[in-house]
Design a binder for this molecule. Structure first.
Ligand code: NAD
Length: 398
């Protein structure tokens, strides 16, 4: 068993505190936050082992691992400091916001031999899991084109989230550039297609709402793009296109990502409530296969008539395409999230730390999910000029 120090006890950390508390591979969990009441509340809500006063206090403590759930532009330096202090690291997305930060994380992982994992929920998005299976079967033939979109309007939760996160100073942070949060779209594509981006041309859409959020004068990031589209060239020939939209008429509360894959023998296309597999003969509706179940407690009254042995399938938050057989039984009936991905991510980290083996979204994979967005934002700022993307290579030994 190993211990975890959670850094950043805001809106998202509780989902994972809950799961690690249930996981038989995890011992004590402590929490810290710049706002001490948040750490105290997280500890009380999840019956954690306690709180520590600061990030430095977590590094000085004897916890084995650190889980970073701080704001999206802050991860890089915290991750490096934690690795250099001898801690395994779980990081919420994105990996980092500059090439130098990514390089520093890769160096630190290589030199320390510790576990680093980025918690990319799209890696376990049902569409990505399905496409991964189809790739493994060779059903696409040669994949040559894909699309991955993260389509989440500011009006659907983000204003409230940034206000909670940034307090009085929330507006400058809410303009966070869409392409610097690229992992839900890129990770969902590359989670299935075993390649990486080599160059990009991107276009940003300047916001017109006029409410001082995507306003260059106000923005901490000097950013006025609220929507952006990027076309990437990939290593083995082919391309993929991603959209990062924050002003869009789309029901992200039903499904906030969408993916499409085209191969020489088959293709897969997803809409909000529809998933279709297509080949040269016809169309197969796979929507139900990709539809996550509700997340209900196993003793929820609505399950009264359901055979207890079957209850988990109706309550796990996972889709039929997810194979839950490797998960700890303690996760049965536990809250899940982001289309069933939380259980797999929480378990991936425990397995990696416990075995010393690389997690699926290790530092090298995380770099391939993150770096293309950083360069795409640069391209958009330069009016779409095509730029090369640095690749950090395959993880050692893979
Ligand atoms: N689908 C997904 O994968 C997904 C979904 C939601 C959030 N996230 C990611 O999770 C992270 C957290 O999101 P959130 O909504 O909980 O943010 P949040 O703003 O609600 O919480 C962040 C917390 O971190 C604290 N903090 C910041 N710097 C700190 C430091 N140095 N030491 C201690 N505490 C510090 C803040 O005080 C705040 O309470 C973000 O990076 C976000 O991108 C990912």
């Amino acid at each position: 068993m190993f211990s975890i120090g959670i850094v950043g006890a805001g809106q998202f950390a509780g989902s994972f505190a809950k799961l690690w508390k249930l996981h038989p591979g995890v011992g004590d969990i402590v929490a810290t936050d710049l706002v001490p009441e948040r750490a105290a509340a997280l500890a009380a809500d999840h019956e954690l082992a306690g709180t520590l006063p600061s990030f430095d206090a977590v590094l000085d403590s004897d916890v084995d691992a650190v889980a970073i759930f701080t704001q999206r532009w802050t991860h890089g330096p915290l991750v490096v400091a934690a690795l250099r202090a001898g801690k395994h690291v779980y990081s919420a997305v994105p990996m980092a916001v500059t090439e130098a930060e990514i390089a520093a994380i890769i160096d630190a992982v290589r030199e320390t031999g510790l576990t680093y994992m980025m918690g990319e929920t799209s890696h376990y998005n049902p569409a990505t899991v399905y496409a991964r299976e189809q790739v493994a079967k060779g059903a696409f033939g040669r994949l040559f084109y894909a699309e991955g979109d993260y389509v989440h309007d500011m009006d659907l939760g983000f204003y409230a989230a940034y206000q909670y996160s940034g307090g009085e100073n929330w507006k400058p942070t809410a303009s966070y550039p869409p392409l610097l949060y690229p992992t839900h779209s890129i990770g969902g594509v590359l989670g299935a297609w075993d390649t990486y981006a080599t160059s990009v041309s991107a276009i940003g859409v300047v916001d017109q709402r006029g409410d001082g959020v995507f306003d260059r004068e106000v923005s901490q990031f000097g950013n006025d793009f609220s929507n952006a589209t990027a076309l990437f060239e990939v290593a083995d020939g082919g391309s993929f296109r991603t959209n990062e939209f924050r002003r869009v008429g789309y029901p992200s509360h039903i499904r906030e990502s969408r993916f499409r894959f085209f191969g020489t023998e088959g293709s897969f296309e997803q809409l909000v409530t529809v998933g279709l597999w297509q080949d040269k003969e016809g169309v197969h509706d796979v929507s139900q296969h990709l539809q996550p179940a509700a997340t209900l407690a196993l003793d929820d009254p609505s399950l009264a008539g359901v055979d207890p042995a079957l209850r988990e399938a109706f309550t796990s938050g996972c889709a039929p395409v997810h194979d839950r057989s490797r998960l700890p039984v303690e996760f049965a009936g536990a809250p899940n999230g982001h289309e069933g991905s939380h259980h797999f991510l929480a378990d991936d980290f425990v397995r990696a730390v416990t075995t010393g083996l690389l997690p699926p979204v290790n530092a090298w994979v995380a770099a391939r999910y993150t770096m293309p967005g950083i360069v795409a934002h640069e391209s958009a700022l330069k009016g779409g000029v095509r730029l090369d993307i640095r690749d950090f290579g395959d993880a050692p030994g893979t």
